[in-house]
Design a protein around this ligand. Structure first.
Ligand code: SF4
Ligand code: SF4
Length: 386
């Protein structure tokens, strides 16, 4: 997967330097600020996309020496794509920046080297025994085979950091009477490797994933992580020429199951107002906006309240693009602003559909001192269909 340098330079030259990506406020379009990094940092030119593109061009042209320091600003970005959404030029700035990270492989960057090393040696970024990705199954009360036509691809964060999401995904599938499997040794999908500029390492994990899925006999893959969804569904075919069976998020499947009457949720206790945070990979990247909202609204006793920025214009949780590893203070500060958006809706639950977002929003709530529960929509639904 050699990058086409000519095309990459051409894309970077598309930038018109208009600066709309800095902080445009278009009430009519639901934009309120654009770049979460710009809004929550020093506000230097290099904190938003226009400046990052100027730095990228200078590094690639040889006008700027390639050092860890000179390329630092390229990694202070969540790759959330909010600037892409509004950019008037003929290119996709966030995708282009992801490619730039990949071609600046010789630039030393301790964080991405460490992440890549951990993932390649452990099959997960948490340096844990990878068999822990199945550990939550022992708490379910039923067993899950390792082969089958429907495969639940758990993902590293749900499997090892937020097992509630994994358990609740399994409960939904069980409640709908759908037999499913979970891999014995699930490799990391490689999303973090791609976003942090390690395409060759990502190609290696993609090969591992593809082989494991082939061996499982899967004809349909269900995920509960927005990062896994984007990587398996879009990056595998586009970047690695690997075609997997159909990939869908559990909330897309649950939406269908609710409409078919195969899931019949009971009311959640009390009266609840839920606000939904769109994960960037699932929303802006793949256009999955409505199924999570329909699932929330299918639960009796639940109202949905939208944040000021939602769907195409939703502000990022702060964890994307490796920012949580590169600059965790900034990532958490962005999350606290997002939690503030949620609190302002008057909702008593902030829900999302990605364990990575859930984890970072939790940190944001702690900084803010807000005790609004942060839940995965999967967990809300599982509570009503058990
Ligand atoms: S990236 Fe797009 S929005 Fe930002 S300055 Fe360039 S052309 Fe304008
Ligand atoms: S991708 Fe998101 S964080 Fe990065 S420059 Fe664009 S708006 Fe800012």
């Amino acid at each position: 997967m050699e990058p086409d340098m000519e095309q990459l330079m051409e894309e970077l030259h598309q930038c018109r330097r208009c600066g709309i990506c800095r902080n445009a406020v278009y009430d009519a379009k639901g934009f309120d600020g654009i770049c979460p990094v710009y809004e929550n940092s020093t506000g230097f030119e290099t904190s938003f996309m226009r400046g990052k593109i100027i730095v990228a061009l200078a590094l690639l042209n040889g006008e700027l020496e390639k050092t860890a320091k000179s390329s630092e600003s390229l990694f202070d970005c969540t790759l959330c794509g909010n600037c892409t959404q509004i950019c008037p030029a003929e290119f996709e700035p966030a995708h282009t920046l992801e490619l730039v990270r990949g071609v600046l492989a010789e630039v030393p960057n301790q964080v991405r080297e460490e992440i890549a090393h951990k993932i390649l040696s452990n099959n997960n970024p948490y340096e844990e025994d990878n068999s822990r990705k199945r550990k939550w199954i022992s708490e379910l009360g039923f067993d899950i085979p390792t082969n089958g036509e429907i495969l639940y691809f758990v993902g590293c964060t749900a499997g090892m950091r937020i097992p509630e999401v994994a358990k609740n995904t399994a409960k939904i599938l069980k409640a709908a009477d759908l037999p499913f499997a979970v891999l014995e040794e699930e490799p990391c999908c490689g999303s973090v490797l791609l976003r942090t500029g390690k395409p060759e390492a990502a190609a290696e994990t993609a090969e591992r994933v593809s082989n494991a899925i082939k061996e499982s006999g899967a004809k349909k893959i269900v995920v509960s992580c927005a990062g896994c969804l984007k990587t398996l569904k879009e990056d595998f075919p586009n970047k690695f020429d690997i075609e997997l069976p159909e990939v869908l998020h559990i909330l897309e499947l649950a939406d269908n199951l609710l409409q078919e009457g195969r899931l019949k949720p009971k009311a959640l206790p009390g009266k609840n107002t839920v606000t939904y945070h769109d994960p960037c990979h699932m929303g802006r990247e793949l256009g999955v906006y409505e199924s999570p909202r329909r699932v929330i609204q299918a639960i009796p006793n639940v109202n949905l309240a939208e944040m000021e920025t939602n769907r195409e214009t939703a502000i990022c949780c702060g964890a994307g693009g490796g920012l949580r590893s590169y600059n965790s203070e900034l990532a958490k500060k962005i999350a606290s602003r997002r939690v503030q958006d949620a609190v302002e809706t008057g909702a008593n639950i902030l829900a999302t559909a990605c364990p990575f977002c859930e984890h970072n929003l939790q940190s944001g709530a702690e900084i803010l001192g807000e005790d609004i529960p942060i839940r995965d929509v999967v967990s809300l639904l599982a509570e009503c269909v058990e």
